[in-house]
Design a protein. Structure first.
Length: 106
């Protein structure tokens, strides 16, 4: 019975090597974010590029450090749904108040 409890508790976490790998990947993504400022060719697409990198980092952190990868799918769906709703509301407000779209000031 004790053996069953031990296997259940370790089932919800990744191994230490996985956490180290995620840390290295997050470090590389952060270095890319900083490097974007020093590449003149990327200045025209800097915002979308940084948004994609930030989203990738967010997904990695949410999946592994918040243990969503090992949780029940319904909990992941609820979390992701909230993020989608918040994103849509923020973009709608930015569009409404002229921060993006045809009314945006450059």
């Amino acid at each position: 019975m004790a053996e069953h409890a031990v296997s259940e508790s370790s089932k919800g976490h990744a191994s230490k090597s996985t956490y180290w790998l995620i840390a290295v990947v997050l470090g590389i993504l952060t270095m890319l974010e900083v490097a974007v400022f020093y590449v003149p060719l990327l200045h025209s697409v800097i915002v979308p590029f940084l948004l994609v990198l930030s989203a990738a980092k967010f997904i990695l952190v949410a999946m592994f450090f918040m243990h969503l990868k090992f949780d029940r799918p319904i909990l992941t769906t609820v979390f992701a749904g909230g993020i989608v709703v918040a994103t849509v509301i923020i973009l709608a407000m930015m569009l409404l108040f002229g921060a993006i779209g045809s009314g945006a000031h450059m």
